[in-house]
Design a protein around this ligand. Structure first.
Ligand code: ADP
Ligand code: MG
Length: 702
């Protein structure tokens, strides 16, 4: 993160302003994302080499990568296969033994070394007789003034790019550090921990300037982690400041519309639902109503709920900004409907944005069924279609009965397009928020002139991510499933068990159930290749399940075709649906109780958990069968977590550890900042500390 406060800081100067950086070096540095002096000073070493102590060549082993140092006593390039293949080799001697170093098919290596050169090498032995390393990392030790930068110390080893020597970059960073020492100390303007020189060793009380120096040239290896944490804290502080600015900005512009409602529509709505709200749904709705009525204070504020607001803000009326988390199937849609009714009862329009057309259409149908009898107009706005409810168009008497009927608009990101506008908007709901970026969310809020906001997600978000991505939202959790749900049993099976699995599915279909068969896709959008694969699979599935009828759903279908397939499935005209992971979000067909997922190892755990949330929605016992590629034992072990637990949070935590935040949230998640030093898996304590400091406006140290 670049320092937000001080744009004219000397650290913001381009690297080209430094001595020794011409066009070529600048281009190389740019490939490493180094553009400014600050970028350079925060270029993080990949590893460190303790060059105070070396292994003797005679002590090198096959299992452990280590650094040795010696003199080249002989070297040469051998070509073979008519010159198309080659091996370059030198022999290093350190007085204890000799070490052969080889490079295959890199003939140009020859020109970097000469007999008599003193060299560091880092690697593992591939052979012990004679001692041999293949493609070790090397650095020629040159005499001269700067020797002390590179030897007799713990030396940083940086990520490089072609043409950029390790030694040059290390020297360059050293000199730049010297030159900018004072400016680094001058970074005192940023929020940062107050000092305590005596505790210098403890992360958080280390000065920024010292941390930057230590990350490059630590005195002890243990210092590296201390410095990393200090720099990570700085990144988290910058991020939390941005989050709180966003919140303040929102509060400054917002109109706390009174949207508490009077139950006039809610009562008949709940009466016709056919089920009672769960305790968790009711609890969440109370929190929502407190926000919507303009009180701006919800009764229960957890740590996550209070973040970002100081005590004063909670007593001011501000619109709702709330994240609703609830596992798949926990009943978020009904909560969304009740929330919408509060706004509609209060005379304001409301809108809901969903990430896919299929989901938007499903919501449209549900809300039509629920709201039209109440005199609310329901509209659909997607890329391919804009429909006011047909029935309503015909039934103009509705308009007569309700002189100015309120409107509920369901749409995809088409709601964001410029020509489209909803006047008098009191509430924006975003479903499956994790499929949108923070930017899109804010765009809709801005467009609606800062109304109440409810965002919903089924991806349980580990705390670190929650505080990072949704740090400016209050959080409500639906932590209870509706009663009477059949359980979902999950099985991991190897591909050779497929015949048995098909037999099992046929039995279930004979008993009246329906099935999903899912194939992974590689990209967010289905590619032509995925399409070919899934079309071919359709034939296999048809054969395996004949005479039952099988339909196909993928991202390349026109929305009318998608609609037809979904309708046929919903009405049981087709018994099995072959699909790409497109149905991951939100689709609700209670009679479908079996899911087969092919190549399950290609999906993340959280995504698989979402997928299986499509079943277990009716009263029937449901089965989810994960087929893992036969060879990959590790992948199968990973999938076992899904056999063991239905706890979305545990699954998300595991996924975060295994695959990192980008993968957990999906590629489209654009709200996730890049950290050089911060680590979203391990740094929960630092993220919390950063929040606190920003909230307290903790006066800054250095
Ligand atoms: P999600 O939270 O995944 O969006 P949905 O809102 O789609 O879940 O709800 C899943 C299913 O549960 C729907 O068929 C819905 O009608 C039903 N449902 C929601 N709330 C209840 C409840 N309190 N009791 C029984 N069924 C419910
Ligand atoms: Mg949903």
């Amino acid at each position: 993160m670049s320092p937000p406060e001080n744009k004219t800081s000397p650290l913001a100067a381009p690297v080209t302003s430094l001595w020794g950086v011409g066009a070529e070096r600048a281009a190389q540095l740019a490939r490493l994302d180094i553009h400014t002096v600050e970028d350079l000073l925060l270029h993080r070493p990949r590893r460190y080499e303790d060059r105070r102590h070396f292994k003797r060549i005679s002590e090198l082993t096959k299992d452990e990568a280590a650094t040795a140092r010696g003199t080249i006593i002989v070297q040469g390039l051998k070509r073979f296969r008519g010159g198309s293949k080659s091996v370059f080799e030198f022999v290093l001697d350190d007085g204890t033994a000799r070490l052969h170093c080889r490079w295959w098919n890199l003939p140009f290596m020859e020109k970097y070394f000469a007999v008599g050169d003193e060299v560091f090498v880092f690697g593992k032995l591939v052979e012990t007789k004679p001692r041999t390393m293949d493609h070790p990392e090397t650095e020629v030790i040159e005499g001269g003034e700067e020797g002390f930068i590179h030897i007799n110390r713990i030396a940083p080893v940086y990520p490089l790019t072609e043409g950029l020597p390790q030694r040059w970059l290390r020297g360059f960073i050293w000199r730049t550090l010297e030159k900018f020492e004072n400016q680094l100390v001058g970074q005192a303007s940023r929020l940062s921990p107050s000092l305590g020189q005596k505790n210098l060793r403890q992360a958080g009380s280390l000065s920024y300037a010292n941390a930057v120096r230590m990350i490059h040239f630590p005195e002890e290896l243990a210092d590296v982690e201390i410095a990393r944490r200090r720099l990570a804290l700085d990144e988290f502080i910058a991020l939390q400041s941005a989050i709180q600015r966003r919140r303040k900005n929102f509060e400054a512009r917002s109109r706390a519309l009174p949207c508490g409602g009077d139950n006039r529509l809610m009562k008949p709505f709940l009466a016709q639902l056919g089920f009672k709200l769960t305790g968790a749904q009711t609890k969440v709705l109370r929190e929502i109503r407190a926000d919507m009525s303009g009180a701006g204070v919800s009764p229960a504020r957890s740590e996550s709920a209070t973040h970002g607001r100081d005590a004063r803000a909670t007593t001011t009326a501000t619109p709702m900004r709330r994240l609703l988390q609830g596992d798949v199937g926990s009943g978020k849609t009904v909560v969304a409907a009740c929330t919408a009714l509060m706004a509609l009862e209060s005379g304001f329009n409301a809108a809901l944005m969903a990430p896919t057309e299929i989901l938007a259409e499903q919501h449209f149908r549900n809300f039509q069924k629920w709201f039209e009898p109440l005199g609310v107009r329901v509209e659909l706005q997607t890329g391919s279609r804009k429909t006011a409810s047909d029935k309503q168009k015909q039934n103009s008497s509705l308009v007569t009965r309700h002189p100015s009927p309120v409107t509920f608009t369901v749409g995809t990101h088409a709601l964001l397009t410029s020509g489209f506008d909803i006047p008098n908007l009191g509430l924006v709901i975003i479903d499956e928020q994790h499929k949108f970026g923070v930017a899109q969310r804010e765009q809709l809020v801005r467009k609606g002139n800062y109304p109440h906001l409810l965002v919903m997600t089924a991806t349980p978000i580990p705390r670190t991510l929650g505080l990072t991505l949704y740090g400016d939202l209050d959080v409500s959790v639906i932590d209870e499933m509706p009663a009477g749900r059949g359980r979902v049993k999950t099985f991991v099976r190897a591909a050779d068990k497929l015949p048995k699995v098909w037999e099992f599915i046929r039995e279930k279909i004979s008993a009246g159930r329906q099935a999903y068969v899912i194939y992974p896709r590689v990209e967010e959008q289905d590619t032509a290749n995925d399409l070919k694969a899934v079309t071919k699979e359709l034939e296999n599935v048809r054969r395996a399940l004949a005479p039952f009828r099988v339909g196909l759903l993928h991202g390349r279908l026109k929305s009318r075709e998608k609609d037809e397939v979904m309708t046929a499935f919903r009405t049981n005209q087709i018994q099995a649906l072959v699909a790409t992971a497109l149905i991951e979000v939100g689709v609700d067909v209670p009679n479908a109780s079996i899911m087969l997922i092919e190549n399950a190892e290609r999906f993340g755990l959280a995504q698989l958990h979402q997928l299986r949330g499509r079943i277990g929605r009716g009263a029937h016992e449901s089965q989810c069968i994960l087929i893992a590629g036969a060879k990959n034992e590790e992948a199968r072990q990973r999938l076992k977590i899904l056999e063991e637990t239905a706890d979305g949070f545990r699954i998300a935590e595991a996924d975060l550890k295994l695959r990192g935040p980008g993968e957990l949230l999906g590629r489209q998640q654009s709200g996730l900042p890049k950290f050089r030093f911060g680590n979203l898996v391990d740094d929960l304590d630092l993220i919390r500390q950063a929040r606190e400091r920003v909230a307290r406006k903790a006066p800054l140290g250095f």
